[in-house]
Ligand binder design. Structure first.
Ligand SMILES: CC(C)(COP(=O)(O)OP(=O)(O)OC[C@H]1O[C@@H](n2cnc3c(N)ncnc32)[C@H](O)[C@@H]1OP(=O)(O)O)[C@@H](O)C(=O)NCCC(=O)NCCS
Length: 177
């Protein structure tokens, strides 16, 4: 990692991390919505702790990323995918490659668990560095109005998003915070 004196460990969450994950989200976003979203999603059956990764530095948690199962639906078909959301790095550790490490490890784990694609809503300058492209390329749309460039997707298996055009359905927990 750039500018960090020592190694960053990226691993999946355990119960003793819960409160720190909430704190990292609160600090990174400057509000409580995302931390609460993670807490609420954790109570659902589709939540997989192996897709809730933390970055540990000198025995402290400094970053977190969650991937949560979603569906892309059209009039006749539905496809399984994963949403990357939320992700957070403590402000004092940002721009040191921690977020990139979390994304790369998360994408690798998602592929190993059999997921074939990932969707993300977020910074248009950031996520393309990790292989994301506007989801409009595959005619995949968000369930809310947002500029094309912010709503992105990537295939973990080549061709996985071919003919999956439709609207992404997020779990209700995303609307509640
Ligand atoms: C976005 C975030 C997770 C990135 O983590 P990070 O560890 O700082 O990212 P990295 O060090 O891997 O990458 C840094 C790069 O991302 C860019 N970046 C960081 N925040 C950005 C933003 N808001 N918009 C665009 N680019 C951003 C930096 O300019 C830097 O670019 P460079 O590599 O060309 O120098 C972190 O900045 C954060 O927690 N931000 C607040 C919460 C947030 O916005 N979460 C994502 C919601 S989509």
């Amino acid at each position: 990692m750039k500018n960090l004196d020592g190694d960053i460990l990226i691993r999946y969450e355990t119960p003793r991390d819960y409160e720190y994950i909430t704190q990292i989200n609160n600090a990174a976003f400057g509000q409580k919505n995302e931390g609460l979203l993670v807490e609420n999603l954790r109570k659902t059956v589709l939540f997989n702790p192996r897709l809730s990764l933390v970055a540990e530095y000198k025995s402290s948690l400094i970053g977190h990323i969650l991937f949560y199962p979603i569906k892309i639906k059209n009039d006749s078909l539905e496809f399984n995918s994963l949403a990357l959301a939320p992700m957070s790095v403590l402000p004092e550790y940002q721009n040191k490659g921690v977020g990139g490490g979390l994304i790369r490890q998360g994408l690798k784990t998602a592929g190993e668990l059999g997921f074939k694609s990932v969707i993300v809503l977020g910074h248009a300058q950031y996520y393309p560095k990790f292989g994301f492209e506007p989801a409009s390329r595959w005619k995949i749309k968000p369930p809310f109005p947002v500029e094309d460039k912010y709503f992105m997707a990537q295939e973990l298996v080549p061709g996985a998003l071919k003919n999956t055009g439709g609207v992404v359905e997020y779990p209700v927990e995303f609307n509640e915070v």
